[in-house]
Structure formats: structure tokens, C-alpha cells
Write a protein that binds this ligand. Structure first.
Ligand SMILES: Cc1ncc(COP(=O)(O)O)c(C=O)c1O
Length: 435
């Protein structure tokens, strides 16, 4: 360096792409989500890559959405082809894809009709309006839902949701929702009032921590609803769309007894479009006229893009027999989790779920010394440890870790996921015995 030269200024710090993304969110995005500090840039099949180039096995699929994994070639091509043909025209006119998709759904559920929207919350909202219409002349409007349920984040959705935490600070909520214990027919029967018009339940509660409906409960519920002239509505937003091995979870739960059980309405979304936003309700034929012309609507609902994507998803699932895969790999996944629960009984209290919708209930924070040192609930701490090992799973409440892998998960990927779970448990166990 010459004498007259000052020291060169420090090199500008190159901001990491992940930091920049986080800063943009901090500055411009409403802070409604507690996000994990991971920024993803691309996906392929069952894997995602972050800005650091690290690869993750995605056992969460965007909360049960990307049922074919990421960047599925045939789905991507169908979406691109549709975008080049016709994206949107509104529901002022007809296009062929909406009717074709409705036909496909009716074929999988039963005689009835379909309304399209854009999300799970909107699908449930349509079911609430259906119920209001049914009871309107008699002054009945109340819908009974289950404790621990989740039905979306609209005002009526949080009113319907059987979890206090989603309602806080949003009162007064729309009237007409009451919660009863899940899988408990006596409590439900007791709760029916002269204003009750419908019952809404999930086949497998997802957000509530993976609780599966008892088949006998569903059969008895159907009888009770017939007896009391109540609509039986199923929220299949998370547990439907082949996740449990059949198109809808109650079809799997009631195999062999399907003739005795047909709901009056079903809400669907999430996996239906494989990542393209779409929601739908199916309504049994006898109630299909309740939502008459002008009574409900959605600008985007059932647009050509969303319908073409959903048609392609259904075609791929059928062609590749992913329903069978979801059932077989789901059974194996559950067996492996149960094996781990036995080996690490101090950490896993229960394994629950059906098909590729599984959850492990962890011990309490204070029962796991390695977790007791930090504030975060066990589910979050466990998921963070999976992230370190390149695996994504999803917390449900404070103590449940959920696995919602793509329906085309392979045996090798299943083993990779189980090995990561086992490695977290082994770390907990050795750090606890060392302390
Ligand atoms: C059972 C159930 N219903 C409704 C919803 C709401 O769906 P969305 O987030 O698409 O509005 C969810 C979302 O997790 C769900 O799990």
C-alpha cells in the first residue's frame, strides 16, 4: 500500500439471500405466521432445496397440499398448457373443465352436485351457508362441531373451529356454532337443541393433533342425523383427496360399510389441485337445490386453470395407483413409528393416524430434559431437529409432530424419514442420559 493511500474500505457485506427474504417479510408482510427460518428456492419430487443448497425430504407437503410432490412433470405441463389456452373467464360463462371436474368428484363420492371455491375455509363457508339455507324456514341455524377441530380462518371458520386459541381477540363471532367432544355420540345427542340444523366433523382431525374418527361413531352419527333431520357434513379438507388411501377418509374408515354411510355435504381443498389453490363442496342430490342461483359465488371458483390442474392430479393418482401407495406406505410408516415409540417410550407417547396422515404425540416439555431448557413446545423443538437432519414435518399443537408426505413417496424416502426421526430420538436419549 502506498503512503498516500488510505486503507481500502471493508468489502460490502454480501447479504445472504435468506436474510434478504426474511427482511422483506419483516418489513412488508403482516406477521400472522410464526415461520421456521428456512427459505426454499426449488423442489423436485419429494425434495425441496433452500438458499444454502441444502436438500430436505418434504414429509409435510405444504400441509397436505403437494400430493404429487414438487414440480411433477405431467402436472407442470398440464398447468402450462392450460395457461396457454385459458386461465380464467369467471362464472358468468361456461367452460368444459369445471363440469368435467365436478363429474369426476361426483363419481368418487356419490350422486350429488359440486360447488367450486379456492380454499378449505371457503369450502366450509359454503357448507355453513348450505346448512343455514336448510334450516332457514324453521329458524334452525346451529352447527355442532368437535372440540379440537379445525375448519379455517374466516370468521365463521374460527367460530366453527373447536379450539379457543384461534378465536382470541376476534369476538363477537358469528353465532350458531357449538363444540362437542369428538367421537362421543352421547354428548352430541345431548347438545342438540331446537336450533340445531347440522353436524360438521373431520374424518381425521389434522390441526387438532391427528385424531381419527371411530367408524362406529360415524355410522351412529349418520343414524342420529337422519332421526333428527340434521345435515351430516364432513370436512375432508386435510384428510381427503386420497391421503388416507381412499378418496375421502370416511370411505377408508368405513370400508365394507359404505352403503350405510353417505354424508350430506363434503368440504375439500388442499391436495385437490396438487398445489394450485382450489376448494370444493359436494352436496348430496337431495339438498343440491338449496344453494339456488344467486345464493353463493366466487370469482375465481372453479376456473379453467384450477380445474385443469385438479383433473390432472386425479388422473395421475389413478394411473399411478397412488391410493394404494398411500395405504401401503402409510401402514409401513405407522409400523415404523410404533417401533420407535416402543424403543423410545420416554419421548413418544402415542402414534396416531391413517394412511399418509400420521402423527406422533411427544412427551411433555418437562419430561424431555433436552427440551425443558428451551421455551418452545416439544413439537417445535422436535421439528427443528428434523430440519437439521434435512427432513420437513409439521407441528400440530404443542406435542404432536405430523407427517403428511406426498402420495408418491418411495420406500427409500420412507426409510430416510424414519432414520431421521430415529436419529432425533437417539440424540434426545443420549443427551438425557449424559446430563
Ligand atoms: C380440516 C381443515 N379444514 C379447513 C382448513 C382451512 O383450509 P384453508 O387453509 O385452505 O382455508 C384446514 C386447513 O388446515 C383444515 O385442515
Amino acid at each position: 500500500m502506498k503512503e498516500n493511500e488510505t486503507e481500502p474500505p471493508p468489502r460490502p457485506m454480501v447479504q445472504k439471500p435468506a436474510d434478504r427474504v426474511a427482511r422483506l417479510h419483516e418489513e412488508y408482510v403482516l406477521p400472522t405466521y410464526a415461520r421456521f427460518p428456512r427459505v426454499f428456492v426449488r423442489g423436485s419430487g419429494s425434495y425441496l432445496w433452500d438458499t444454502e443448497g441444502k436438500r430436505y425430504l418434504d414429509l409435510g407437503t405444504g400441509i397436505a397440499v403437494c400430493c404429487l410432490g414438487h414440480a411433477h412433470k405431467a402436472l407442470a405441463e398440464a398447468i402450462a398448457a392450460q395457461a396457454r389456452t385459458l386461465l380464467h373467464i369467471s362464472n358468468l360463462y361456461y367452460h368444459e373443465w369445471q363440469g368435467c371436474l365436478a363429474e369426476e368428484l361426483v363419481q368418487r363420492i356419490g350422486e350429488g352436485k359440486v360447488f367450486f371455491c379456492n380454499s378449505g375455509a371457503e369450502a366450509n363457508e359454503a357448507l355453513f351457508k348450505l346448512a343455514r339455507r336448510k334450516g332457514h324456514k324453521e329458524g334452525r341455524f346451529e352447527i355442532l362441531t368437535a372440540t379440537n377441530s379445525f375448519h379455517g380462518r374466516t370468521l365463521a371458520g374460527i367460530a366453527a373451529t373447536g379450539q379457543a386459541k384461534v378465536k382470541e381477540g376476534f369476538e363477537p363471532l358469528p353465532p350458531g356454532f357449538r363444540h362437542v367432544p369428538f367421537n362421543d355420540l352421547d354428548s352430541l345427542e345431548e347438545a342438540i337443541s331446537p336450533a340445531t340444523v347440522a353436524v360438521l366433523v373431520e374424518g381425521v382431525q389434522g390441526e387438532g393433533g391427528i385424531h381419527v374418527a371411530n367408524p362406529e361413531y360415524l355410522l351412529e352419527l349418520r343414524k342420529l342425523c337422519d332421526e333428527k333431520d340434521l345435515l351430516l357434513l364432513m370436512d375432508e379438507v386435510q384428510c381427503g383427496q386420497y391421503r388416507t388411501g381412499r378418496f375421502l377418509s370416511y370411505q377408508r374408515l368405513l370400508e365394507g360399510e359404505e352403503e350405510d354411510f353417505q354424508p350430506d355435504g363434503v368440504a375439500m381443498a388442499k391436495g385437490l389441485g396438487g398445489g394450485v389453490p382450489i376448494g370444493a363442496i359436494w352436496v348430496r342430490e337431495s339438498y343440491a337445490d338449496l344453494l339456488s342461483p344467486g345464493s353463493h359465488g366466487s370469482t375465481f371458483g372453479g376456473n379453467p386453470l384450477a380445474c385443469a390442474a385438479a383433473l390432472k392430479v386425479l388422473e395421475i393418482v389413478e394411473k399411478e395407483r397412488l391410493d394404494v401407495n398411500a395405504r401401503e406406505l402409510g401402514d409401513r410408516f405407522k409400523k415404523e413409528l410404533k417401533r420407535l415409540a416402543k424403543k423410545y417410550a420416554d419421548y413418544i407417547r402415542e402414534v396416531r393416524g391413517l394412511g399418509l396422515m400420521l402423527g406422533i404425540k411427544l412427551a411433555g416439555r418437562d419430561e424431555i430434559p433436552a427440551f425443558a431448557r428451551r421455551d418452545a413446545p416439544p413439537s417445535i423443538q422436535f421439528v427443528r431437529k428434523l430440519h437439521e437432519r434435512g427432513v420437513l414435518a409439521i407441528p400440530a399443537g404443542k406435542r404432536v409432530v405430523r407427517f403428511l408426505p406426498p402420495l408418491n413417496l418411495t420406500e427409500a424416502q420412507l426409510k430416510e424419514g424414519i432414520d431421521a426421526v430415529a436419529s432425533v430420538l437417539e440424540e434426545l436419549s443420549s443427551s438425557d442420559s449424559a446430563s
